[in-house]
Ligand binder design. Sequence first.
Ligand code: FAD
Length: 477
Amino acid sequence: MSKVNMENQHNIPQQSPSTLNPKHIVILGGGFAGIGVLKKLQKEFDNDASVDITLVDKGNFLLFTPMLPEIVSGMIETRHIVTPVRSFCKKAKFFEADVDLIDLKNREVNLKHSIGKQPKYPQQQPPKQQQQSDYLHKHTLKYDYLVLALGSENNFFGNSDVEENAFTLKTINDGIVLRNHLIKILEQANLEQDNHDLRKRLLTFVVVGGGFSGVETVGAVNDFVRQTITQYYKNIYMSDVRVILVSATDQILEQIDEELGKFALEKLKENGVEFIMNSKVKGASKDKAILDNDTEIPCYSLIWTAGVTQNKLIAELECEHDKGHRIVTNEYLEVKNYEDVVYALGDCASIPDPHTGKSYPPTAQHAIRQADVAAKNIILSIKANKMKKGMGIVDENNMVRTTKKKFDYKTKGMMAQIGKRTGVAILFGKLKLHGFIAWWLWRSYYLANLPTVKKKLKVMGDWTLDLFFKPDVSQVQ
Ligand SMILES: Cc1cc2nc3c(=O)[nH]c(=O)nc-3n(C[C@H](O)[C@H](O)[C@H](O)COP(=O)(O)OP(=O)(O)OC[C@H]3O[C@@H](n4cnc5c(N)ncnc54)[C@H](O)[C@@H]3O)c2cc1C
């Protein structure tokens, strides 16, 4: 834990003035899972002073990740795919803070947040310890129910060279940084008329990972680079451009379907994407990627989308984990040994799928459905406990258990955009679509799922304008 002045440590009062002992539900994470739980709980306990709800996230907005690749291509404006968490908090409190420690035994969570202007590490010398404490404040939250929905983070499989040199696409900041980088690279290549090797190196873009993120990202990067060159960079020859996808297996989009994966691969090839299959990137530096067969790809743009893992906080939590460090839950989304108190869902949870015997995949689609179940179980538990108090029922767990809801969900469909108004989709496990219709379906589905009407209109506006105007190549944060 970072050192702080003890006077900066606070206990946040939990009692609402209207009741002596309200139940306190703390939700950690304001992503698809956390916000889903929050909405359902608020609806139920809107006017109920016996329940307090608090949500904590290190950022103050919900990011609509399926549209993140379109931030890179500039198709959608940055703010249009983020929604302030506060706009969901009708009853709940929201704290923007880093979750620093979760103490399951004592039912408390430690938060930390900075104060004032942030020190600019690593450009500036870090302030001395004493000064550093001035930047951080810590707080403790006590809970009766805890919802763990802290998502996942990029997995570099311990490869620090790759971690240092690759771009990623997980946060809105990643999207902005990558987009600006691509534009910068085009400006640089535009100047390097006499140095052919350098120009080619600048114009080589390598995306690692043949899953959803990798395929959608490579499609977006390929479209953006080629369209922008055609529109603005008359000095750059398209023949110098290489957009490469590196996949660890002999397929892409394995989660969707073999046939659809093949279609996506063929379409992306037609659009100019190269594929290096059955290969892994084992190293990288500022100006190259190194494959596991020691082939070097000269490039300044390596984009890593090759998997997720858990952060230290989740991985080291005192409970059962799966091989990927996700928290193991039962079918009610309760964390083992903390049943009826601690729930885990979304990307940070390993939830058993009764249909496959494996755990459910980490997707927004699942996180949203899991949120419904976790919220429902908390509601049932609170109601059951209230009833028991009145009825004097002693055997708490048995009664709660009989009414709880299991998470049992069959994926309705999977869809991916692959660039140039083309998509691939499999619906209800059988219906396979590809081409324009799948792309249109992708857009309609995700547009409908954006959290607010305002954001839906903004994104619709962006898509419409894109039909009539050239891409914007301003490098603005
Ligand atoms: C580029 C991209 C495209 C995707 N496309 C799709 C798609 O098309 N369809 C689909 O179903 N899924 C898609 N996904 C996957 C989907 O985004 C995740 O499965 C989903 O976001 C998981 O929801 P979650 O709530 O578990 O985690 P998240 O949405 O990641 O939310 C976790 C939250 O926890 C917060 N947090 C983490 N650690 C801390 C801490 N220590 N302190 C405070 N706050 C913390 C984070 O700030 C974040 O807000 C995509 C993902 C990416 C990256």
